[in-house]
Design a protein. Structure first.
Length: 154
């Protein structure tokens, strides 16, 4: 793994510092695929999107850097988690979802079946027609009504 450090300024921006290279200010951290491994393959990028460092596994980082990366990802990732499925209407060739998330109630449209991705640990990632991503936990953790609504899809 490349040697590097991430320095946070007072405004929450990150600077990438690597030996024998110029510092790069205002870098971004992004999770790469697969989403089923949230602690693996974290990309450190310029604001324009050019990858500078790939963190293959957060477990390889020292505790302080790992906590910084995890906190930054949690603060900059907006992926509502579905807690309850009220209704899924499929009568017009697409899916209209009505759900309760950890961020409040939401309604969204799923255009294609391929926009619902099964993750290896039993969760699902759902991309709505506007490109927003929602996380659906393992269906066994949901209430009976939610499981009933989902059983007609899967």
């Amino acid at each position: 793994m490349q040697r590097f450090d991430l320095i946070e300024d007072g405004k929450g921006r990150l600077t990438l510092r690597r030996p024998e290279m110029d510092d790069v200010a205002d870098v971004r951290l992004r999770r790469a695929f697969p989403w089923s491994g949230p602690g693996k393959f974290i990309s450190v990028r310029t604001a324009e999107g050019k990858e500078l460092v790939l963190i293959e596994d957060l477990a390889m980082l020292d505790v302080d850097r790992r906590k910084l990366v995890e906190r930054y990802l949690a603060d900059t990732s907006f992926i509502p988690r579905i807690l309850q499925v009220h209704d899924i209407d499929t009568q017009f060739g697409y899916q209209e979802w009505s759900v309760r998330t950890d961020r409040g109630d939401a309604k969204f449209r799923v255009q294609e079946r391929e926009d619902i991705r099964f993750l290896g640990d039993g969760r699902f990632r759902i991309k709505d027609a506007d490109g927003n991503i929602y996380e659906l936990p393992n269906t066994h953790s949901l209430d009976a009504q939610s499981r009933k609504e989902l059983s007609e899809l899967f």
